[in-house]
Design a protein around this ligand. Structure first.
Ligand SMILES: [Cu+2]
Length: 178
């Protein structure tokens, strides 16, 4: 029957799409780099960090995934992202140097960075500031919580892949009979 053929074909097409999607997700999971983790963005304006306070999880000791923080200078002036408490000297954890308008600074909260943070700030909260504008209150803080960055949920991908494969096989068999 023609209508069954159309339904069968639709099922096969949908199933194939599911299998392809699952394969893509599995391939993505295997090609994940250790740096894969949440990316937190901070906008730099004249003269503040927005948001002023951010919180990220600690690196995942199993998968190696860690959070990345990206500051973008959206202001009209030059700024810096410098760890420490003004007006003291920079604490040496990280320092962007001078960021021109439009420039980014990326900080990876890797295992080694996390260890360095805890060595200086046992509560996991790192103060930072702009070397040019801290007198205007241009400061920020990063809190690294002991909660680990989640592992990629690859355990969900295998069942999905299996179901999609079985559905495709079943649909192909059904379609062949019609
Ligand atoms: Cu500044």
């Amino acid at each position: 029957m023609k209508i069954n053929k159309i339904i069968g074909t639709t099922i096969v097409v949908i199933s194939l799409a599911l299998v392809l999607y699952s394969n893509f997700r599995i391939a993505s999971a295997f090609s994940l780099s250790a740096s894969n983790g949440p990316v937190v963005k901070v906008s730099i304006v004249d003269d503040s960090f927005n948001p002023q306070s951010i919180t990220v999880g600690s690196p995942n000791s199993t998968s190696g995934a860690f959070a990345t923080i990206v500051w973008t200078n959206n202001g009209a002036n030059q700024h810096t992202v410098t760890s420490g408490t003004p007006p003291g000297t920079p604490d040496g954890l990280f320092n962007s140097g001078t960021l021109n308008p439009g420039q980014n600074y990326t900080l990876q909260i890797s295992q080694s960075m996390y260890s360095s943070i805890l060595a200086k700030y046992p509560n996991g909260t790192v103060p930072y500031y702009c070397r040019f504008h801290y007198t205007f209150g241009m400061t920020g803080k990063i809190t690294v919580t002991p909660t680990q960055v989640p592992e990629f949920p690859s355990f969900l991908m295998l069942p999905l892949f299996m179901v999609a494969t079985l559905a495709t096989v079943a649909a192909l068999k059904k379609n062949a009979r019609l």
